[in-house]
Each structure stands twice: as C-alpha cells, then as structure tokens.
Design a protein around this ligand. Structure first.
Ligand SMILES: Cc1ncc(C[n+]2csc(CCOP(=O)(O)OP(=O)(O)O)c2C)c(N)n1
Ligand SMILES: [Mg+2]
Length: 336
C-alpha cells in the first residue's frame, strides 16, 4: 500500500482546492469524533463505540462522489465518515451515542452507529451483517423502474461478503443492470477472523465479473483514488450502464468496537505498520506537498474541529433523554 498519495491530478477529478480542504476537514472530523467517542466510553458516558479510524480515506473518498438530496445512502456501522459526507452533523452523532430523544437514527433506542436519516436519504441499517445489500439492490430497482436518475450506494466490510444476502444482492443488481454501487471497505478482519478464513480469493472485487459487472481494487488509504473510482462508478450508474463493485484495501486502527480486545488476534507490530499508511496523515502531506495548505493551517484546522466537537458534545450531553412514556413506541402496533 502506498506511503504517499497518488498524484492523480485534482483538476482531472473535478476537485477545487476548497473541495480538497473540505474533504480533509471531514476526514479529520471523523478521526476526532472517534477519539472523543472512545474517551467518552472510558468515562462511562458512551456505552458502545464503533470506531472509524483508518477508514476515513475510503469512506470520505467514495461518499464524496455522491450528491446529497439526489442519491441514496446505505452505510454500515463503521461508516461515520460516509454519514458526515451525507450531511449528518457531529451533534447528531453524539445524540445517538448518548441515546438522546433527538437522535435521528432511532430517538435514542437503537445501538449507536446504526445510521439512519429520512432527511438525508440514509436508509436504516440492521445489526445482522449484509442485510443492506439486498435493500440497496431493491431500492436501485425502484429508482430504475420509476425512471429516476438517483444512484444508490452501499458500503460493507469484507466479512459481509460471506453472507448469502451479499451474493443475492449483487446477482440481482447485475441481472437488472441497476444503478447501484457496492463499496467494500476491506480491513482484513471480520472482528477477529482474518480474510483468508472468509474467502479463498485475494480480492473481493474479483467476484464482480461473475455477476456481470466490473470490480475494481483501490488503495483505500488514498482518498483521491477512492474518489476517482467512485466518480467513474457513479457515471456508469447514472448513464444506465449498471453496477460497480469497488474494493478499498484499508485497515482499522482501533479494536472492532469498544467491547473488543484486538490484542488477542493481531500483533501490535501489525497495527503500528498499518499506521504508517494513515489516510488522514497521507492526505495532510499531499495538501502541504501541493502547496494547498501550510503545516500551521493543518494544525489550526485540527484545533478548530476539536473546539467545535467539544461544543457539540456538551450540547448533546445536555439534550433531553427520551420520555419513558414513549418506551414502546415503534415496537408494538399503535392505533391511530
Ligand atoms: C449475520 C451476522 N453474523 C455475525 C454478526 C456479528 N458481527 C458483527 S460485526 C462482524 C464483523 C463484520 O466484519 P466486516 O464485514 O469485515 O466489517 P468490519 O467490522 O471489519 O468493518 C460480525 C461477524 C452479525 N452482526 N450479523
Ligand atoms: Mg472487515
């Protein structure tokens, strides 16, 4: 995996310097939300955290090619970066983490990181792995049937590709040439289970031809390479050419969740080596190398984002809890 970003011309990608800085700020926000969430977990304020660190390049890079208000998003639990691009605010993320009444995903009822927003077109996910894949194919079928021009994108880990749902969804999408993009964030582990125990092939993307559409492998730590692959896939989907499977090779720096101890299944040396390919620092080095930001500006941005997050955390912590009288709402059928 690269230790510096590809020098893909940003002009060729249609990105302005402001776009690049906004992408970087979003990656940084995801990273700093993660760090804050883990601190809150250790303080006993956030019961359960699903970390994103390491995945920011592939999440922000791929999500950036979609259009808010036009396209449909089906993220999985690790996709904090995706939902930030879709328009979810850190304040909303913390409302979910603290199980507050205004949590957009579930009014404080569901596990954090089970993203959902009617306003933003983020489809509610379920805990069973891979269930969003047939949902994405079905929604893409509806989009095509109605003659709309939206694109549907869904994200998942490489472990999810062992599920029957995954194969059924891709097969259906291939048969009907649906406007859907499948993004695999391959971090080599499904909790403790290493990739070689999940599949006998080196690349998830190699399976795409069997469903009748292209599969591409990209360096998931290179935000611009991820954007470039997704941009092409979006163009294919919008012009009626059908689905694409994009596999982003990446790594998760933290344990699977705040309830996992990753020391039991991977060495510290392996994690340290992976950190040399940190997508956030690689992109910062790219921006400074291209003369788009100075080191001081990168450092100042981190301070600004931290200050904004502290405000969001305090506000979310002090927000109202759900009314106990509404406990069974959306669980049992209600008349009216
Ligand atoms: C059907 C099903 N089986 C098992 C689980 C338990 N489980 C939760 S996350 C996970 C690992 C998924 O790994 P991967 O798809 O690679 O995503 P990652 O967490 O690595 O980003 C498993 C096995 C589940 N939620 N649903
Ligand atoms: Mg994985």
């Amino acid at each position: 995996m690269a230790t510096r970003l590809s020098d893909t011309s940003r002009e060729a990608l249609g990105l302005t310097p402001d776009d690049l800085l906004a992408m970087y700020r979003t990656m940084l926000t995801a990273r700093l939300v993660d760090e804050a969430a883990f601190r809150l977990n250790r303080q006993g304020k956030a019961p359960f955290v699903v970390p994103v660190s390491g995945h920011e390049g592939c999440q922000i890079g791929t999500a950036w090619a979609l259009e808010r208000g036009r396209d449909v998003w089906l993220p999985y639990y690790r996709d904090l970066g995706v939902v930030l691009v879709a328009g979810m605010t850190p304040y909303e993320v913390f409302l979910g983490l603290f199980a507050k009444a205004d949590d957009p995903a579930s009014g404080g009822r569901q596990m954090p990181a089970h993203w959902s927003s009617r306003r933003l077109g983020i489809i509610s996910g379920s805990s069973p792995i891979g269930t969003q894949i047939p949902h994405a194919a079905g929604i893409a079928y509806a989009v095509k049937y109605r003659g709309e021009d939206g694109v549907v994108a869904t994200w998942f880990g490489e472990g999810a590709t062992s599920e029957g749902d995954w194969h059924e969804g891709l097969n259906f999408a291939g048969i009907h040439r649906l406007p859907v993009i499948f993004v695999c964030e391959n971090n080599r582990y499904a909790i403790s289970v290493e990739q070689s125990k999940q599949m006998a092939v080196a690349n998830v993307a190699d399976r795409a031809p069997a469903y009748g559409f292209p599969g591409v492998v990209v360096d998931g730590n290179d935000v611009l390479a991820c954007f470039a692959a997704m941009k092409e896939a979006v163009a294919r989907a919008r012009s009626g050419e059908g689905p694409t499977l994009i596999e982003c090779k990446t790594y998760r720096f933290q344990p699977h969740t705040s309830d996992d101890d990753d020391r039991t299944y991977r060495s510290r040396e392996e994690v340290e080596e992976a950190r040399l390919h940190d997508p956030v620092s690689l992109f910062a080095a790219f921006l400074t190398g291209q003369g788009l930001a100075r080191d001081e500006e990168i450092a100042a941005m981190a301070e600004e984002v931290k200050a904004d997050l502290n405000v969001a955390i305090d506000k979310a912590w002090n927000a109202a809890d759900p009314d106990p009288a509404t406990l069974t709402q959306h669980v049992f059928h209600e008349d009216s």
